[in-house]
Design a binder for this molecule. Structure first.
Ligand code: 5GP
Length: 179
């Protein structure tokens, strides 16, 4: 782990080591194996941030499962409602499926809430949320992710899939903005 990482104009310091992340992801995989035995879950990863978590998590899932990848795009609406969101890539039939949404981080919970509502409208048999990081203090939606890697304070972090302005996703450890 590097003692400091500079990305663009900002400096980040070590926060969660790759070793700790890997241990925790293995535990989450074990929980999912137990909860979804013979249910053939469909894991849906939300790109780009969750690509690395998804790949690591899948290697610890030993029950039969399927995978899909989606993106959430934000665009300015023409009405006063302001920002609208849109899911790209959700082509699978979710009717009767056991869906696990895989995210990098839940901050305000706005993205998660939007995804939960959209996916629930497609009649899955069940829907749960897995996220590597969760900032409970920043949450403003009534949601509770079932599989959480680490609960953290609301500071800005990078690494393990998370970026700062496009960079830093490839760091194996998680770093936090130096105060
Ligand atoms: P929410 O909708 O829960 O407020 O935000 C979710 C999204 O905000 C995440 O998928 C991520 O892209 C971004 N985000 C929130 N907190 C952080 C953070 O600490 N670091 C980075 N890199 N992205 C974050």
């Amino acid at each position: 782990m590097q003692s400091e990482v500079t990305i663009h104009d900002k400096t980040f310091v070590p926060f969660i080591s790759a070793e700790k992340i890997q241990e925790r992801v293995k535990e989450l995989g074990a929980e999912i194996n137990k909860d979804y035995l013979d249910k053939r879950p469909l894991l849906i990863a939300v790109l780009n941030g969750s690509a690395i978590f998804m790949a690591d998590l899948l290697r610890h899932i030993h029950t039969a499962c399927e995978i899909a990848f989606i993106r959430v795009s934000s665009y300015q609406g023409t009405e006063s409602s302001g920002k609208l969101k849109n899911i790209l890539g959700l082509t699978d039939d979710l009717n009767g499926r056991h869906v696990i949404l895989v995210e990098d981080i839940i901050d305000t919970g706005d993205t998660a809430k939007y995804l939960i509502d959209e996916i629930n409208s497609k009649n899955p048999a069940s829907l749960r949320f897995a996220t590597i990081l969760f900032k409970p203090a920043a949450l403003r939606q009534d949601i509770k992710p079932e599989y959480v890697g680490f609960e953290i304070d609301p500071a800005f972090v990078v690494g393990y899939g998370l970026d700062y302005d496009g960079l830093g996703r490839n760091l194996a450890d998680i770093y936090v903005l130096k105060s």
